[in-house]
Design a protein around this ligand. Structure first.
Ligand code: G3P
Ligand code: CA
Length: 268
């Protein structure tokens, strides 16, 4: 990298640490974004959902079961949905020991605390609004929090992309704050791309759906800010796939192992 602005890029390819550097620290925790920074990467990805009492938190699954000790702490409350627990209850959970005893005591971060750590670490965020159908109004609420934390000014907007599997959610974010860079998670048909290019700046498909032809097709459309749509592929965790999708001309690779992708692309 030639400057902080390009930390973690290899040539023209941006490398994004998926749920933080989640191969090396428990996903979607402050430890995983610290790890990404330590490895020299500035872009991290996360997943945002909402608690029973309306707090935004960073966690991937709609249930707390896989990545916390909720079964032990609240044994009678299966299926342990994030939306059925208060922020105070979630704060009591251990979100690190499932990954390794070395991370015992790690917490599920609130989005507010997470944004403060991102700022402290000078990182950049690919923020995923996860399961928006479960959380009416989560788009407005997320943007309000980002605004309160100072993330909607010109300087910070360059370090932020908001993505979702829900086209409706992304369209809502774009309409609320047209200056925000947005990404649609999926691989719309070329016919659909025409429509999506009105509200999304990136199209982020699973690597399994990718071909050189599809990447070229996406690049041939201009997004809402008058620039060609970009493509970040997910979730690439082996060197051969990283080289293959880089060869298709993707603009970014989302990975649990950013250091591995960097090495693979440098030795290409
Ligand atoms: O950023 C892309 C990727 O995170 C989408 O899948 O299930 O890991 O949120 P998932
Ligand atoms: Ca995600």
């Amino acid at each position: 990298p030639t400057s902080d602005a390009r930390a973690g890029d290899v040539g023209e390819t941006t490398v994004i640490a998926h749920r933080g550097a989640s191969a090396y620290a428990p996903e979607n925790t402050l430890a995983s974004i610290d790890k990404a920074a330590q490895l020299g990467f500035s872009w991290v990805e996360n997943d945002v959902q909402r608690t029973k009492d309306g707090e935004l938190v960073v966690i991937h699954d709609d249930s707390l079961k896989r990545t916390t000790n909720v079964e032990q702490v609240f044994p009678g409350r299966a299926p342990w949905k994030v939306k059925d627990f208060t922020a105070a209850e979630i704060k009591r959970l251990d979100a690190g020991s499932w990954y390794s005893p070395a991370y015992t005591g790690t917490r599920v971060p609130t989005l507010k605390d997470y944004m403060r750590r991102i700022e402290h670490n000078h990182e950049k965020l690919l923020l995923e609004i996860k399961n928006p159908e479960l959380y009416p109004g989560i788009e407005q609420q997320t943007l309000k929090l980002l605004g309160n934390e100072g993330w909607l000014d010109q300087k910070h907007l360059r370090r932020l992309i908001v993505q979702s599997f829900s086209a409706d959610s992304i369209r809502t974010v774009h309409n609320l704050r047209p200056a925000i860079t947005t990404a649609y998670l999926g691989s719309p048909t070329v016919t659909k791309l025409h429509e999506y290019a009105r509200f999304t700046d990136l199209v982020n498909p699973s690597y399994a759906m990718l071909s050189m032809g599809y990447v070229s097709a996406v690049h041939s459309f201009d997004g809402p800010h008058g620039r060609p749509l970009r493509v970040f592929a997910w979730t690439v965790n082996d060197a051969a796939t990283a080289r293959r999708v880089a060869g298709y001309g993707v603009d970014g690779i989302i990975t649990n192992k950013p250091d591995m992708v960097r090495t693979a692309l440098r030795s290409n």
